[in-house]
Design a protein around this ligand. Structure first.
Ligand SMILES: [Zn+2]
Ligand SMILES: [Zn+2]
Length: 629
């Protein structure tokens, strides 16, 4: 059948592409495939599919070539032109996917037949071949690309548009309804192509359609948290993605920060360890590759502003985001920061480490450490709010040793704990100003005016050879009263106490907490000189107060619990005497904690002694049995 043999032909619809129209002419004339049509009508189907050699179709169907070309996409290796708009080749699905709206097919079939001929009435919309469009905006329905009955892929080769390759009737299929909000992106695209009323978009209208679609997709994926690195990627439809993207683009300045927050929230899942790629992932990759335009400028400026504001986003100083430089002001070199805080760089580094604000993991080799400006400002505030050791002495009005003892007693709070400082070899003690004020306030709250012979607390303690820190503790525990206050004196010197009060309080405190070593010896069941020998060999803790040695009551109790003398062992084991017990038990390996020559008496660790006694008794009963037999 050549063109001369004029085939019976239906009328072409506006928006019906040449290849689909040819197929419909073929179907009208009993042909099954597009390839058959080409063979019969004298054209190459692949050319028609690419929108080439349309003259033959125009001639065949007496069509206006201009109108036919307008509705038929012309494909080039990397682009597709349709209705005066340009798409990327990969955005065009022909030959890879064939989508159809079942509702449109149903509507076509219901349309009145103009010429009372049995023409195939279902026709293909050229925009069904745009990959991003998976919805029919007219019916708010999802397009299908496979037969609901047999599962076969639909094909442009099939001349019967309303049928699957196995001839199942597509018009009978139930459509998936698509919410209105997921069709806005499709509406914008169809508006650009003149199929529906055009929606204006300040950012997208200047871009060619293909780039506008790619932009909607990239922003939509970012807005929906869809990314190749993210494990739980939602299976969002293309319609939903481009609509989400379009929505963000239409209100870019308000909506972009939230989208970027979302991306930063997913950064843990990305493979990079550092930087803007880690923070913004696939979206950032896309943005970096995009040519410059109003929207990419706005997006880059948005990313820069977001990165500068966010504490979670790291980047090198003077990072350039495609021409937009991220100011270095966010991070400053450690040495500079140290100088601002009046500290040496190394000391400052340790201090930052102790505060765990040094971004060690973010450092690359050879890169000098930087800390964020925000952290530095916080630190400066904090440092302004703390005392170093000298300042602490002045604030407390005491000697450096007394100040240290007060700090060691935990009466003021260190900024970096002593343990942490040892670990970090950070040899600067810093104390919270707040805690010093709190201590002075606590003491002031205990003023009970009265008494005579009032002297400043540190001085009173010194004359009694008692530590100031302990005197403060006596006040805080209610054993010592503050009798006067001298507002002109610094720190603790403002608190006046009665020397007699202090003396009594010390005595009370001592008898509450300590016993003389002779009393301790009695309780242990040893001679006083043995107790002193134990103390000299650091086996029994005792403190010297003036001329006497004192043992803390709890220390004494623990010693009594943990130790046993040879006398008590003799009684317990039935040895004749202490020395017999010492001699016999030595045979089963029992040795005193201090040699008898030094201690004059044998004292054993209770656990050792009990074990030895048990093995001694076993030995003895074994020997007894041996004699019986
Ligand atoms: Zn439809
Ligand atoms: Zn089928």
């Amino acid at each position: 059948m050549r063109a001369a043999t004029l085939p019976v032909r239906p009328i072409r619809h506006s928006g019906e592409p040449a290849y689909a129209y040819c197929a419909r002419i073929g179907a009208t004339n009993g042909l099954k495939t597009l390839t058959d049509c080409g063979r019969v009508f004298g054209f190459r189907s692949f050319e028609i599919i690419q929108g080439k050699a349309l003259e033959s179709v125009a001639e065949l169907a007496c069509q206006d070539i201009v109108a036919l070309s307008f509705d038929t996409a012309r494909t080039a290796p990397d682009s597709v032109e349709l209705r005066g708009e340009r798409l990327f080749r990969k955005q065009w699905t022909i030959a890879s996917q064939c989508k159809v709206c079942p509702m449109c097919i149903r509507q076509d079939l219901a349309a009145p037949e103009q010429f009372r001929r049995r023409f195939p009435r279902a026709w293909r919309r050229t925009h069904w071949d745009i990959r991003a469009l998976d919805v029919c905006v007219e019916h708010s329905a999802r397009l299908i690309d496979a037969c609901e009955a047999c599962g076969d892929k639909l094909s442009y080769e099939n001349a019967a548009v309303g049928r699957c390759p196995q001839r199942h009737d597509i018009a009978q299929f139930i459509c998936e309804a698509v919410p209105e909000v997921e069709t806005i992106g499709a509406r914008y695209i169809l508006g650009r192509l003149g199929f529906v009323n055009r929606i204006a978009s300040a950012f997208l209208d200047d871009l060619e359609l293909g780039r506008a679609i790619a932009t909607m997709e990239a922003i939509g994926r970012a807005a929906m948290g869809i990314e190749r690195y993210v494990e739980e990627a939602s299976r969002a439809s293309s319609g939903a993605i481009i609509s989400a993207g379009f929505d963000v683009i239409q209100g870019l300045s308000e909506r972009l920060p939230a989208v970027l927050d979302g991306l930063v929230g997913m950064s843990a899942q990305r493979p990079w360890r550092w930087g803007l790629l880690k923070a913004y992932g696939e979206f950032y990759e896309w943005l970096m590759d995009e040519p410059q335009s109003a929207i990419t400028d706005a997006l880059r400026a948005g990313v820069v502003a977001h990165a500068q504001d966010s504490d979670q986003v790291t980047f090198k100083a003077n990072t350039s985001v495609a021409g937009v430089v991220i100011a270095s002001s966010k991070y400053i070199p450690l040495a500079e920061a140290a100088a601002e805080c009046d500290m040496g760089a190394e000391r400052f580094r340790r201090f930052c480490e102790a505060q765990s604000i040094l971004p060690t993991a973010r450092l690359r080799q050879g890169e000098s450490a930087k800390i964020s400006r925000a952290f530095l400002d916080q630190l400066k505030d904090m440092i302004a709010e703390c005392f170093n050791a000298t300042e602490l002495e002045v604030a407390l009005g005491v000697s450096s040793a007394a100040a240290r003892a007060i700090a060691d007693a935990g009466l003021v709070d260190p900024i970096v704990s002593a343990e942490q400082r040892r670990e970090l070899r950070f040899n600067v003690a810093l104390f919270s100003v707040q805690s010093v004020r709190r201590l002075l306030d606590d003491l002031a709250a205990r003023i009970q005016l009265g008494g005579e012979d009032l002297i400043p607390l540190p001085k009173a303690a010194a004359t009694l050879r008692f530590a100031t820190s302990k005197a403060v503790q006596l006040v805080l525990s209610g054993r010592l009263a503050i009798r006067g206050y001298d507002g002109s004196a610094p720190g603790l010197q403002a608190f006046l106490i009665d020397r007699c009060d202090l003396s009594k309080a010390i005595g009370q405190h001592l008898s509450d907490e300590f016993v003389p070593i002779s009393v301790a010896a009695d309780q242990i069941g040893i001679k006083g000189e043995t107790a002193k020998a134990l103390r000299d060999h650091k086996l029994l803790d005792a403190t010297r107060h003036r001329n006497s040695l004192l043992v803390r009551r709890d220390t004494l109790q623990k010693f009594v619990d943990d130790h046993v003398t040879s006398q008590s062992l003799a009684a317990k084991g039935g040895f004749g005497s202490a020395s017999a017990a010492t001699k016999q038990l030595k045979k089963v390996g029992l040795t005193p904690i201090l040699p008898v020559e030094l201690a004059r008496q044998a004292i054993y660790r209770r656990s050792d002694a009990e074990a030895a006694l048990a093995s001694w008794q076993q030995l003895k009963s074994g020997a007894a049995r041996a004699t019986e037999h």
